[in-house]
Design a protein around this ligand. Structure first.
Ligand code: PLP
Length: 368
């Protein structure tokens, strides 16, 4: 059997009519940027999350970049985030002209350790970005406490957390701003790039609407220097068609995760731990193994495609060498980088395939 890591054709085939009709509606309407589809999607997405405002932008990276600017981050400021995130979290900080300050993570949740966040604060710190990695919430009560004590705003990176929950609240609605990506493979994915920021603040939402559209306050009147970063009408129409399935597709991911939790019994493979404070959306199902590279090879030999999220933490990326952080600066994140492995998990994966993945993991034995 061959098990792909993901397969977006299965998703399209299951929803072909709704997707085709959404795209057709936009083409026939003849309006492609900042129109009714984006407005409707913003309202529907905000309502789904229980947020007041949503602002569609061109990508998840831009969502974080613009949110940082909107909360007042400027050139030379510092922004604290997790060392083991997807690199765009750091790219967005750089785009805002700020300096990323990666901190080590908790060994169970893999999200930034609140004590490390607190210890990293300086007079230049202007924002904290907790990353809800793999779809598991960061320890938000502890992060909120640090934020309240220091007066530093929280910009959540929810690029992997669509529909996931922290103590009754949907992720993205806890900090000053929540930043989503609609990259095709995310739990809510477009068929191209897209992103959004949600916030409870009208003022912040207004600032973001200007920033995404050349700093325009009203037509041809520009009150700030802005960007071109918009969610387009076709992607918004597709996202509207898919938003209605987000809860059921997350539920199917949780079913597969439960199957893996039950069926994977290999003692040298550590399964993910779902923390009691939230509901994981299993964007990724990530196991750990000291012989990760051998495990990945073993699975590949059996036809199971896996990926590593992520093999190099931010502070050890060549692009961030100038931060001057050496190996050993974030030991937990560094260890994760050498041990984590993501197994296939997506709503259209069959039980038969998932059982085959689990059996393949179980047949791995330690090598000398
Ligand atoms: C995908 C992702 C992003 C970036 O989103 P894009 O839409 O690809 O720009 C940022 N942070 C995390 C954690 C991600 O997984």
């Amino acid at each position: 059997m061959k098990v792909p890591f993901g397969d977006l054709r299965r998703q399209y085939n299951a929803n072909r009519e709704r997707i085709d009709s959404a795209i057709g509606r936009v083409l026939e309407g003849g309006w492609f940027v900042l129109g009714r589809e984006v407005e409707s999607f913003e309202q529907e997405f905000a309502a789904y999350l229980g947020a007041k405002h949503a602002v569609g932008v061109a990508s998840g990276t831009d969502a974080i970049h613009l949110a940082l600017r909107a909360v007042g981050v400027a050139a030379g400021d510092e922004v604290i985030t997790a060392a083991n995130t997807c690199v765009p979290t750091a790219s967005a900080i750089s785009l805002a002209g700020a300096v990323p300050v990666p901190v080590d993570v908790d060994p169970v949740s893999y999200t930034a350790d609140p004590e490390r966040i607190k210890a990293a604060i300086t007079s230049r710190t202007k924002a904290i970005i907790p990353v809800h990695l793999y779809g598991q919430a960061a320890d938000m009560d502890a992060v909120l406490k640090v934020s309240r004590e220091s007066g530093i705003p929280i910009v959540e990176d929810v690029a992997q957390g669509h529909g996931a929950i922290y103590r009754e609240k949907k992720l993205g609605t806890i900090g000053e701003a929540g930043c989503f990506s609609f990259y095709p493979s995310k739990n809510l994915g477009a068929y191209g790039d897209g992103g959004a920021i949600v916030t409870a603040s009208r003022e912040l939402a207004d600032r973001l609407r200007q920033l995404r559209n050349y700093g325009e306050a009203r037509r041809y009147h520009h009150t700030s220097v802005g960007f071109n970063s918009r969610l387009d009408e076709i992607q918004a129409a597709i996202l509207r068609a898919k938003l209605v399935d987000l809860d059921s597709s997350n539920a199917r991911r949780r079913e597969i995760a439960a199957l893996y939790n039950r069926e994977i019994t290999n003692p040298i493979v550590r399964k993910p731990v779902e923390l009691e404070y939230g509901r994981h959306n299993y964007h990724l199902y990530v196991v750990r193994c000291e012989q990760r590279d051998w495990l990945q090879q073993h699975l590949a030999d059996l036809g199971v495609h896996t990926l590593i999220h992520y093999p190099v933490p931010i502070h050890l990326q060549e692009a961030y060498g100038w931060l001057g952080m050496k190996r050993g600066a974030c030991p937990v994140a560094e260890r994760c980088a050498s041990e984590v492995l993501s197994l296939p998990i997506f709503p259209e994966l069959t039980d038969e395939e998932a059982l085959y993945v689990a059996a393949s993991v179980n047949s791995f034995t330690a090598r000398a």
